[in-house]
Design a protein around this ligand. Structure first.
Ligand code: FAD
Length: 424
């Protein structure tokens, strides 16, 4: 067997072989269909480049990165209707006064109570501010090579990792010239004044498990983005020839085993969030006004959630109960939540519209996974029922699909590239 990755995916509950066979046979084909349905292909997003961390670096309007926004009449009517803010008032009454209320358990089993608009504590965007949002057809704007590179892109990744890794933040500051340094210090003071410079070191100098999880999620997402850039690359600009750039895929991801492992980890983490929200996603209304397509979306989601192969082979892709066990659990969670919100805010600094679109979608998807797995408020054991926005579910499922595509590509192409790596 020429497999390079064997055994259990670190910090998860399933092994690499199982993930590959499940993904290839079940998850990937289903997800590819789900994301084509009208419900899952329209994503609401604020595409303005409104970076809260540093002044406009002139990269925000790169032409080649432009996104094709939907005209008003294209996106579903039902998406435009006002949504609930919090729980619908009928539910708040909780059947009080009804004679059968004492024994009626129907409310408990009805998990989905209509799409809501409540801000996600893990993310930065104000999702309720519809005036600034536009709808994008994700099928028309695939994540692929855009030419966005150089110091602007580098600065975002550096800043993202500095939210996780104390050493990186130190290096980031060291590598700045005086003017940006002052800005960084000012921003650190104004925006993140509560963040210590070395936020993730505990007293013993160890990086705790929860912080490692956040790092691995970001690194796994980064791997996935790089895999997509390499798998849909502009090979020849004059001929407008697109295809796979295997050398790039190797250089950016495959030659680093930890980046591949983090990709698998992130995939299982998000898969766990989706399966944990089974009751909610099963009952959710995938309503776009196109009954046939909406029933298809619902049926595909159910096939995913109740897949016997998934339940048999990998019933618990990630065990979230193992986290936040220590005494400082609640504070730690709030600290990590704040860091993730900063990462989410950094997406407004991405100087390429299409990269910003997919960056925002995938960070919202991760934020939604974190919200599902670790409750909606700052408490460890929250009794609050799960409430999701339509856009969060769209982001979550599209993120899972992106990760599933990357895992499939790594599994299929990885071994042959490894063999021929001498040629590169
Ligand atoms: P980068 O990918 O920029 O990596 C920077 C550094 O991070 C590396 O040198 C390495 O030290 C470290 N690193 C790299 N990968 C990992 C990993 N998996 N785990 C841990 N550390 C890692 N470009 C496109 O063409 N299309 C897109 O859709 C696109 N989307 C983007 C979305 C976001 C949010 C951002 C920030 C950038 C995006 N880019 C996109 C740009 C792209 O990610 C790269 O930054 C760019 O191609 C330059 O690549 P690079 O080789 O300099 O390394």
């Amino acid at each position: 067997d020429s497999r390079k990755y064997t055994g259990i995916v670190e910090d998860c509950c399933c092994d690499y072989e199982t993930v590959d066979s499940l993904n290839g046979a079940v998850l990937h084909p289903l997800l590819q269909e789900v994301v084509k349905t009208p419900f899952f292909r329209y994503f609401k997003v604020k595409l303005w480049c409104d970076c809260p961390f540093w002044p406009d670096d002139g990269m925000c309007k790169l032409r080649d990165c432009s996104v094709c926004e939907c005209p008003e009449n294209e996106f579903p009517e039902s998406f435009k209707k006002a949504m609930h803010y919090g729980l619908p008032s009928d539910d708040l009454k909780c059947q009080e006064g009804k004679p059968e209320a004492a024994v009626d358990r129907t409310l408990d089993s009805k998990v989905f109570r209509g799409w809501i608009e409540v801000d996600n504590p893990w993310t930065h965007d104000d999702e309720t501010d519809n005036s600034e949002m536009t709808y994008v057809n994700l099928q028309l704007n695939p994540e692929r090579y855009t030419g966005y590179t150089g110091p602007s892109a580098r600065r975002i990744w550096d800043a993202i990792y500095s939210e996780n890794c104390p050493k990186c933040q130190f290096l980031f500051i060291k590598s700045c010239t005086l003017f940006p340094l002052l800005i960084v210090l000012f921003v650190d003071f104004m925006v993140a004044s509560t963040l210590p410079i070395f936020p993730f070191l505990d007293t013993s100098g160890e990086i705790c498990q929860e912080k490692r999880v956040l790092y691995k999620l970001i690194s796994g997402l980064h791997s996935s983005i790089s895999i997509h850039i390499a798998s849909d690359y502009l090979l020849d600009e004059t001929k407008n020839l697109w295809g796979r750039n295997l050398e790039l895929m190797y250089d950016r991801v495959l030659r680093y085993p930890d980046r591949v492992r983090n990709l698998y980890f992130t995939f299982l983490f998000v898969l766990r969030a989706v399966t944990k929200a089974t009751n909610y996603l099963e009952q959710a209304e995938y309503d776009t006004g196109n009954m046939e397509e909406d029933l298809k979306a619902q049926s595909l989601v159910r096939q995913l959630l109740y897949n016997p192969k998934l339940q048999a082979a990998c019933p618990l892709p990630f065990d979230e109960a193992k986290l936040w066990q220590g005494q400082s659990g609640p504070e730690l969670k709030q600290e990590i939540q704040k860091h993730f919100r900063n990462i989410s805010a950094l997406m407004d600094c991405v100087g390429c519209e299409k990269c910003r679109l997919w960056g925002k979608l995938q960070v919202l998807g991760l934020g939604t996974a974190l919200k599902i797995l670790f409750s909606v408020d700052g408490k460890i054991h929250s009794n609050q029922p799960l409430q999701l926005q339509r856009n969060e579910v769209i982001a979550l499922v599209n993120l899972l699909n992106r990760l599933s595509e990357s895992v499939k590509l790594v599994n299929e192409i990885g071994p042959s590239i490894d063999k021929s790596m001498g040629e590169f």
